[in-house]
Design a protein around this ligand. Sequence first.
Ligand SMILES: [Zn+2]
Length: 246
Amino acid sequence: MNAFIDKMRRRAGRYLDVRSTPVRPSRGIFSLSFDDIPVSAWTEAGPILAEHGIKATYYVCGGLSGGENMGLPQFEPEHLEALRDAGHEVGCHTFEHVSTLRIDAAELDASLARNAAWVSDVLDGYEMRTFAYPFGDCALGSKEVIDRRFLCGRGVRDGVNAGTADRNLLQAVGLESRRLPGYDLEGLMAETAANSGWLIAYGHDVMDGPTPYGCTPDDLDRIIRLAKAADLEILPVAAAWERATA
Ligand SMILES: [Zn+2]
């Protein structure tokens, strides 16, 4: 029964309170994001991003710092500083990594405030401008909270953002070993280029023998090469948002 209610609430979050925003960059865009930030999302992925000369977005939960999540060690504050210093975007993923289905709007807002204060403290006043929903769960009442605090919010539903998009629940494809075999990545990149859209990918760990939610270094390298081959501009989420909605 609870699973059924969650499903209905996810559906309400998806179809109601849609704030459509035109997404029309002059050239297709690709954004890479990493959620939670397992250590390998920086130590393994960082050098690959640097090699390609591109910037990504890291969605952080202050409460996961120095801890463990899904059996993997999570980032330390030094990792966050290093990736910020390298020019990557830091975005918000709640403080506790909590599903918006489990808390009300006021509790979500308080969690976002805690995360903002934590990040500002660690990164000398840094202000996060974009959000990603933990587990991709978007409860209907959370959209308004996200809309007040951020340029946009990202979910985990497959698809290219093109024409118009719900700014509080952008679509994204999973850079995840459980999902990658099911995607036609070349096709998605071609569609993004042809429609002047915005394709966002999200991942977690990056290592050989990744979790179902992560990918290998080769997978990451390949998706970047495909984006470049399709002549997509590669930007972090906030910069992409500004370019796509200008
Ligand atoms: Zn997460």
